[in-house]
Ligand binder design. Structure first.
Ligand SMILES: [Zn+2]
Length: 262
């Protein structure tokens, strides 16, 4: 039987054994958010989970169930909250969900955790969740917990970026439902991508300020912030390999107690 890596698929007895043997737990955090007409709304959750699983296959780690709701979609990053289907949490709700999950994992005895964020807007609230959990755990006398937190796209290598964007990189914020996410989904979940529905509007042009309520007219109707033309599975392979290889290396570097799996 091959080694199981999903927490959901382990019995508590098996899980306890793995935790006692020093397994790290990887927590993917995503969103349920429109990703244009061609990608599923679970894209951020699926990509964060895929990277987590890829990493867990290489090291002594277990993947916790993804946190599938994220912080509110922002017009300049995810199109905004006005799209049907986008389902988001308030900032303190998200931070508290993460705080509670981290505290529970610590109660189980987990002392090395990795939080992989797949939704730009979550960033500061993942930090808040970690900070609240660690502060409360310190009061409980747990002082040896370490958490590595990351946005997976920060692990894109320069040479990969050049291959994925031969005409120049528009920046990670505008990469919503665009070339990177579409390419990775073509590689990881090709049955969920509808390339015939690829929109042609955009790229979005935003001023240097925000206005509330959101000026929805600033956002392309498709919800895609820069064109996904040029997306292909081969580019998804390059991106995904960067993430799995280099996130694995970071964990092994920072957490010497976590071992590679042969
Ligand atoms: Zn996304």
């Amino acid at each position: 039987m091959s080694r199981r890596i999903l927490m959901n698929e382990l019995s508590w007895v098996e899980y306890q054994k793995r935790v006692e043997a020093g397994a790290a737990v990887i927590l993917p955090v995503g969103a349920t958010e429109q990703h244009g007409p061609h990608l599923p709304m679970g894209t951020d959750a699926m990509l964060a989970t895929a990277v987590a699983k890829g990493v867990a296959e290489k090291i002594n780690a277990i993947v916790a169930p993804v946190v599938a709701f994220g912080y509110k979609s922002q017009p300049k990053m995810g199109g905004g909250q006005h799209f049907c289907g986008t389902t988001s949490l308030d900032a303190d709700t998200l931070a508290h969900v993460l705080r509670d999950v981290i505290k529970e994992l610590a109660r189980h005895g987990v002392r090395r955790m990795v939080l992989i964020n797949g939704h730009y807007e979550n960033m500061m609230f993942t930090i808040e969740g970690i900070d609240l959990a660690m502060r409360e755990l310190r009061y409980d006398g747990i002082t040896d917990l370490e958490i590595l937190r990351l946005e997976y796209w920060d692990f894109t290598r320069a040479e990969t970026l050049e291959k994925v964007f031969p005409d120049g990189f528009p920046g990670y914020a505008l990469e919503h439902a665009a070339v990177m996410e579409t390419s990775m989904m073509l590689h990881l979940h090709p049955d969920l991508v509808d390339m015939a529905a690829l929109p042609t509007d955009g790229p979005a042009e935003f001023p240097a300020y925000d206005v509330y309520p959101t000026r929805t007219a600033w956002v392309p109707c498709s919800g895609v912030l820069s064109p996904a033309t040029g997306a292909e599975a081969a580019k998804g392979v390059l991106l995904f390999n960067d993430y799995v290889t280099d996130v694995t290396a970071a964990i092994l570097k920072e957490f010497p107690s976590v071992s590679a799996v042969a």
